[in-house]
Design a protein around this ligand. Structure first.
Ligand SMILES: Nc1ncnc2c1ncn2[C@@H]1O[C@H](COP(=O)(O)OP(=O)(O)OP(=O)(O)O)[C@@H](O)[C@H]1O
Ligand SMILES: [Mg+2]
Length: 140
């Protein structure tokens, strides 16, 4: 596990870019962390680094947004998902192995994550703009 502290938005964006550079096209990235932790922010920089021009926003109502860049990217927001029926209805299992999955609110679907995935837990730090990222499952 590696820990990274970012002190502002720009550093979080730079971390996203570093993560993106290691991706090969079939990963599951599961974000854990509260409202405002920075899940969408770092997702945006990962998607941008994967050469996508698509706008990135939390797919809270749509549940999944699709972006096209260097790879197919599926951005999930599991905030409203509670239980297997909900999850099946999003098509989550059909997306696995068909591109990069980036998941916000992985807390709600933790039991459904595949054996191998990149786990990123974000916590707020001492100041308003400080964030601590715990990254497991990817060497960066
Ligand atoms: N170091 C930092 N890294 C990331 N975001 C930061 C940082 N410092 C301040 N912020 C701010 O924190 C907020 C993060 O919001 P973001 O939408 O990315 O959170 P989220 O985890 O996706 O929340 P939600 O659960 O509501 O989807 C933004 O307003 C951003 O400007
Ligand atoms: Mg979000």
């Amino acid at each position: 596990m590696a820990k990274f502290k970012t002190e502002n938005l720009q550093q979080t964006e730079a971390l996203g870019k570093r993560i993106a550079e290691k991706l090969t096209g079939n990963e599951v990235i599961a974000f854990f962390g509260d409202l405002g932790a920075g899940k969408t922010t770092i997702t945006r920089s990962i998607v941008k680094a994967l050469e996508s021009d698509n706008d990135v926003s939390s797919p809270t109502f749509a549940i999944v947004n699709e972006y096209k860049g260097k790879f197919n990217i599926y951005h999930f927001d599991m905030y409203r998902i509670s239980g297997w029926d909900d999850l099946y209805s999003t098509g989550f299992f059909d997306y696995l192995d068909n591109g990069i999955l980036i998941i916000e609110w992985s807390e709600n679907i933790e039991n459904a994550l595949p054996d191998k995935y990149i786990r990123i837990c974000i916590e707020k730090g001492a100041s308003d703009t400080e964030r601590i990222f715990d990254v497991e499952g990817l060497e960066i």
